[in-house]
Design a protein around this ligand. Sequence first.
Ligand code: 0XW
Ligand code: MG
Length: 368
Amino acid sequence: MKIKEIHIYQKSLPVVDGPYTMGGVEVHALDSTIVKLVMDNGRIGWGETCPLGTTYQPEHALGARAALQELAPALMGQDATAPRRVWQLMNGRLNGHNYAKAAIDIALYDALGKTLNLPVSELLGGRTMESVPSYYALGIGEPGEVAQLAVEKKQQGFQRLQLKIGGRPMHIDIETIRKTWEKVGPDIRLVADANRSLMMQQLRQISLACSDIPITFEQPCNTMDEMIAVRSQIQHPIYLDENSIDVNAVLRAVSSNVCDGFGLKVTRLGGLTPMTTVRDICEARSLPHTCDDAWGGDIIAAACVHLGSTVSPKLLEGVWIAAPYIEGHYDEENGLVVENGRISVPTKPGLGINPEETKLGNPIFSTV
Ligand code: 0XW
Ligand code: MG
């Protein structure tokens, strides 16, 4: 199976009931890049990458599309039966830009699964569950309102809830954590995600003020060095998210014992190929992790769910998808949805998603 054609689409994803808010950031619409690979056996593979704006990570939509166009000539005619070989080829042609390479990697698994008549989960080691747990990110808000929303999300079946903190006076974050815990604890796993926005002293003070609440802090400070410096002074579990930019960063985090788990993003790591490596590293050290992405539609959602279904259940913190914030689906019949806090794992070949091309508009780049 060889790559015969490459098509790149740009798709705007307005945030339903937006904006989406995080420590010091709010986004009203996201700019997604969708890749269509046409193989010489007639199979089509779909990939996607959708940075969360231009500040969440050193990634942006125009950069993704430029990187993909830089890679396209080297990809044409390449044997696509071994995604890892193509991953190595891409690394030999373009340094970095994992988030762009990921779209190709995901599309390769989609096409391979369709060729072999297997769901992507089976190409990644085999699913261990028929549905995966999701989790809900509550956004920045007034303590009482966030706590009330947490009650609603718990009633909808979510068993893990992510608070957003940072970018405001600490006492409001402390009040939000406490009020939410009082409303939904103790049978909800509660995470406070600062998205890198806390200084070390703020983390110390918030952790001290919430010492009686079993909360996990996610990416509280900006750099791994800050996390290493403050780690021994924080009694709460800490997960890394934004710092887990590639396999080496994950290896550094594990070897320095800087965290108790991860918030992982498939495209940030470079796609399903490196993500399975990180999955197996976490398994070897019994480190729980999520299986998410920054944003994106059904294609990215399916990639995260397929991969998430292969994670040992005890280690899967959840699969976050942007579907609740997106109007409609690329594939209305097979689009992924969260129901009762869980997402069914697609069982059709490949990703199990076949985007309606009329929804994508004309490609912004094609090799034919
Ligand atoms: C909650 N998420 C997975 C969705 C947004 O991409 C941010 C991210 C996070 O954990 O920071
Ligand atoms: Mg996070």
